[in-house]
Design a protein around this ligand. Structure first.
Ligand SMILES: NC(=O)c1ccc[n+]([C@@H]2O[C@H](COP(=O)([O-])OP(=O)(O)OC[C@H]3O[C@@H](n4cnc5c(N)ncnc54)[C@H](OP(=O)(O)O)[C@@H]3O)[C@@H](O)[C@H]2O)c1
Length: 252
């Protein structure tokens, strides 16, 4: 059992890469004990050397039902309190409407939405027994407007956003704040394979810095960057224009 002292404890999923790795580093630098979860551990080796006492790796595949109870038991063995949880694990696959792989809906949903639900089951008891706890989930700006090929990804992120909004109401009596983060494009392995322009692309560290500020303020929802939010608002103000500019034109 690690020495806890008065340090706050955070659990971060999707901690082995991209945004989750930057958030893990940031909260370690801020003096948190961080339980970092993902399937891959070696990506965290550098941080583990720098913070041998404060970083605790907990393997957890969010798609695996059979890992929920063991992960819950392990988390409760590592810590008796959980001040902050960031449910960030995610994936993205795009639908090719000319040759649809219908199975990708389940794959994406099992990570982005059901993975968030399974993670919630891992941490909820600890959150409830920690005064002033904070649950944060990572959705996406993709929920603000329809995009081609995003039928599965966008729907999974919209479901996550709704889940978090509903939890905000239901967890109020337990004194647990809930925040939904909706990032724009971040330069991570997830977006490296994108074959389209990504306006206002940020580094993971830049995104993590903005997210920390929103978490500190305990806002309900935080969509960023604002310039992208403004552009996406056009889809609601001028839906026909959005359609004209974004509809798929030809099948190849
Ligand atoms: N990058 C963007 O532009 C962008 C924009 C909006 C929202 N987001 C969201 O931000 C979050 C982080 O994305 P990212 O861009 O940082 O992606 P990333 O670099 O690909 O990282 C994804 C993380 O999720 C973990 N993960 C994936 N499948 C998992 C599974 N089955 N079980 C447990 N962990 C799993 C990965 O760890 P392992 O592979 O080691 O398990 C990895 O740590 C995601 O929810 C994503 O949808 C990203």
């Amino acid at each position: 059992m690690p020495a806890v002292g008065n340090a706050p404890f955070a659990w971060i999923t999707g901690a082995s890469s991209g945004l989750g790795l930057s958030l893990t580093q940031a909260y370690l630098e801020r003096g948190y004990h961080v339980v970092a979860s993902a399937r891959r551990e070696k990506e965290l080796a550098g941080l583990s050397r720098l913070y041998p006492d404060a970083l605790h790796f907990m393997p957890f595949d969010v798609t695996k039902e059979e890992e929920v109870e063991p992960a819950k038991a392990l988390l409760e063995k590592i810590t008796k309190r959980l001040d902050l949880v960031i449910l960030n694990a995610g994936t993205c696959e795009y639908l090719d409407m000319d040759k649809p792989d219908w199975s990708l809906f389940d794959r994406v949903n099992q990570v982005n939405y059901m993975g968030m639900v399974r993670s919630l089951r891992v941490c909820l008891d600890l959150l409830k027994q920690t005064p002033d706890a904070h649950l944060v989930g990572v959705s996406s700006q993709a929920v603000q407007a329809p995009f081609i090929r995003s039928e599965a990804y966008g729907a999974s992120k919209a479901a996550s956003r709704y889940l978090l909004a509903s939890l905000r109401l239901d967890l109020a009596p337990d004194d647990i704040d809930v925040t939904c983060i909706m990032p724009g494009f971040i330069d991570t392995p997830l977006t490296k394979r994108n074959d389209f322009p990504m306006p206002f692309l940020m580094s993971p560290d830049q995104a993590a810095a903005r997210i920390q500020k929103a978490i500190d303020k305990r806002v309900y929802e935080y969509a960023f960057p604002k310039r992208l939010s403004a552009a996406l608002a056009l889809s609601k103000l001028f839906p026909k224009l959005w359609f004209k500019q974004n509809a798929r034109e030809t099948s190849e």
